[in-house]
Write a protein that binds this ligand. Sequence first.
Ligand SMILES: Cc1cc2nc3c(=O)[nH]c(=O)nc-3n(C[C@H](O)[C@H](O)[C@H](O)COP(=O)(O)OP(=O)(O)OC[C@H]3O[C@@H](n4cnc5c(N)ncnc54)[C@H](O)[C@@H]3O)c2cc1C
Length: 557
Amino acid sequence: MSNTYDFIVVGAGSAGCVLANRLSENGRYSILLLEAGPKDNYPWIHIPIGYGRTMFHKVYNWGFYTEPEPGMHNRKMYWPRGRCLGGSSSINGLIYVRGQAEDYDHWAALGNKGWAWKDVLPYFIKSEHNSRGTSAYHGGDGPLWCSDIEERHELMDAIIRAGEELGVPRTDDFNGARQDGVGYYQLFTRRGWRCSTAVGYLRPAQKRPNLRIETDAQATGLIFEGTRATGVKYEQNGTLHNSHAAREVILATGALQSPQLLQLSGIGRASFLQSMGIPVVKDLPGVGENLQDHLQLRVMYKVRKPITTNDELRSLWGQMQMGLKYVFQRRGPLAIGINQGGLFTRALPESKTPDIQFHFASLSAEMAGAKPHPWSGCTFSVCQLRPESRGTVMIQSRDPKRAPAMQANYLSTEVDRRCAVAGIKFARRLAATSALQPYIAEEYRPGAAASTDEELLEFAREYGATIFHPSGTCKMGSDPMAVVDARLRVHGVRGLRVVDCSVMPTLVSGNTNSPVVMMAEKASHMILADVRRPLSTWEPQNNFFSEAAPSAGVSAH
Ligand SMILES: Cc1cc2nc3c(=O)[nH]c(=O)nc-3n(C[C@H](O)[C@H](O)[C@H](O)COP(=O)(O)OP(=O)(O)OC[C@H]3O[C@@H](n4cnc5c(N)ncnc54)[C@H](O)[C@@H]3O)c2cc1C
């Protein structure tokens, strides 16, 4: 292959692996996929409980920290991000939730044509290989595997009954007709192993002669001719390279690093870029703005019975039993990861759809991924689904190796503070049900001493943590703060798209991996539709039907 490709995809994470597969699928286009991290060879990536091992890993995790968060006692908060093939899908908690139909209808109502629920559902279905098979809401033969947790846990069963006592319906599918409910999650696993996008999408494509994958290759900037992106500069093993894109450069470096690369390359608020000494290619003030994240509040309990994962992990014998169960049956805690089940409901009276999500773990620790407590414990982690707080991601220097400054401004609005308090109160109501009372010994955190709203808010500020969904920093739209249009093309320049978590105009009401995969499936379809005409006449256009169209029902609008 020469050093010119039809497409250069930067970042082999949740979105990048999907793009690399779909754009190389028909064999017509050459693709270069650049990933800053290494291959995903570390065994703990692939064993679901390995989540704890990658959480602070120096190689496979970028291990970012926010700026001091004013609403969180000025704590610098830990923000893990995947750094290897598969990106964050190689280190995430494996939980499969798409969000609410209303999230996507809202995107469309903001002016993003083609992103309503009816438009995106076919792409969710196309991506999905659900162990339950095909149905109106699910796909049975896509690349992204998701499976049921095969074993029931006594404590999770009690939590489900507790939810029912409070009027939350039992559900076995958070991605079906309605999200409200309490039940077990489905996980991104295939026969007990993690199904990252590197496993599901990249492995089947990696031997294609038209796809070149470069790992340990960190993009340092984009190359422009005027306002057309024509290539990418990257560093690999200490050597600088320039590669050229005949058709498009597609940024898929995630919500923290896509705005960073744009700013480093002269796309961002002009006055800010000038202050950093960066020549302006396009004045786009929205780059790095609109940062949104889910804040998790981990309400923890000491449990009366020694049935929690803390108990299994405490003894060597327990660990051996877990290991053997996994080796011979692909079952047990090693096959599950951390969280077993969830609950979606309304905490605030004005909310029309669920506004909080719980992640339930039969495990407790001081922070996600840390060593479990030396007693029987469980965690009811609650997060507000549609936070109003907005933050920023801004470069701090022209050095591409220096992390950008990131700040979520958690709990900076009254609604977010009210929802945090209401979520903690809901956790307490659950724990007080007759279904859970036989199990709950005492509330470890916030603890009985915290009772007023002010005290519960204080707990949120002191102990709140990310649930790892930063998004929205290159938002899709047509207002002056939008960065990409509804076809994910960067406004005001040519040959450049952003396809990752950063383009969400508003954060979805759930977990973010499958929405990103859906967006990358849809983007691939749009890109192939846009380039169908000969290169000499090529200019992206709307509503151009592609012969690379996927299965029935999917439209490239
Ligand atoms: C610890 C954790 C737990 C999570 N749990 C869940 C969960 O249970 N369920 C769920 O649905 N979601 C979960 N998420 C969120 C979800 O995984 C992410 O939202 C999603 O993976 C983001 O996809 P992305 O493509 O935007 O970015 P990423 O998947 O992060 O991909 C970005 C890629 O770009 C690479 N990159 C960055 N900069 C450069 C550069 N300059 N040059 C080259 N490459 C670069 C990165 O190394 C990375 O591989 C979790 C995330 C984390 C971190």
